[in-house]
Design a protein around this ligand. Structure first.
Ligand SMILES: [Fe+2]
Ligand SMILES: [Fe+2]
Length: 226
């Protein structure tokens, strides 16, 4: 079972992201697939938490539509909400449902649903004057769960160009990343299900990089250089 709006929203996301020709194709493709994975996480979380699974799945599917459209990366949720609102209205969706989905999308990057003064997009006008629902808060949580999914290990090591680093450089990178992972543990999710998925994702990262560090370190006593 899925939302009656899912297929149209899926097509909208795919076209919207993949048509951004100025962005390298692999980056567009990653973002599109990430949206699909976050949608799946959203459905699973909603079903476990007795939330509206169609609605959370849809919000998660659409959450990164504004990824390539904002002046500051942190604003892409609020930009995305402005792109998504007329699309959902064109499907004939109820306005309360639209606003819950859009508020979740708007706040998924930094927890702020209205544009902060520091943003170039700031107009002084409030888009929302009420606190977000649990479902709206789950959008950012589900995004975070996928951001720290197994794929992120590959992405991180590719970003570091890990295979080009010396062993001391590799160990240094791993150590600072382990500190970052520990800092992420202060993030609190809106539901126990998200919290559990989030903590498991961080544990997986911690375990992998701790093991990798241990393995790399076994050869250092034999090396004539540091
Ligand atoms: Fe995002
Ligand atoms: Fe995302």
């Amino acid at each position: 079972m899925t939302s009656p709006y899912f297929e149209q929203a899926h097509e909208f996301v795919r076209e919207y992201l993949m048509d951004k020709g100025a962005v390298p194709e692999e980056i567009r493709r990653y973002r599109y697939h990430h949206c699909l994975r976050v949608a799946a996480i959203g459905r699973a979380v909603a079903e476990a938490e007795n939330l509206d699974a169609d609605r959370l799945e849809l919000a998660c599917l659409l959450h990164d539509v504004g990824k390539f459209d904002s002046a500051r990366p942190v604003d892409h949720g609020r930009t995305g909400a402005r792109i998504v609102r007329p699309f959902l209205a064109s499907l004939g969706m109820d306005s309360g449902e639209i606003e819950e989905i859009c508020q979740g999308i708007a706040m998924h990057t930094d927890g702020l649903w209205n544009t902060p003064e520091a943003s170039p997009d700031y107009t002084g006008e409030l888009e929302w004057d009420s606190e977000p629902s649990v479902l709206a808060r789950c959008v950012g949580d589900c995004d975070n769960v996928d951001r720290y999914g197994t794929y992120r290990i590959h992405d991180t090591m590719t970003w570091w160009r890990f295979h080009e680093l010396t062993i001391p450089e590799q160990i240094e990178r791993i150590d600072s990343y382990l500190v970052k992972i520990e800092r992420e543990r202060s993030y609190t999710c809106a539901t126990p299900t998200c919290q559990s998925l989030w903590e498991s994702a961080l544990d997986e990262h911690h375990d992998f990089f701790t093991r990798l560090r241990r393995q790399i370190s076994t050869c250092t006593p034999y090396l004539p250089y540091s």
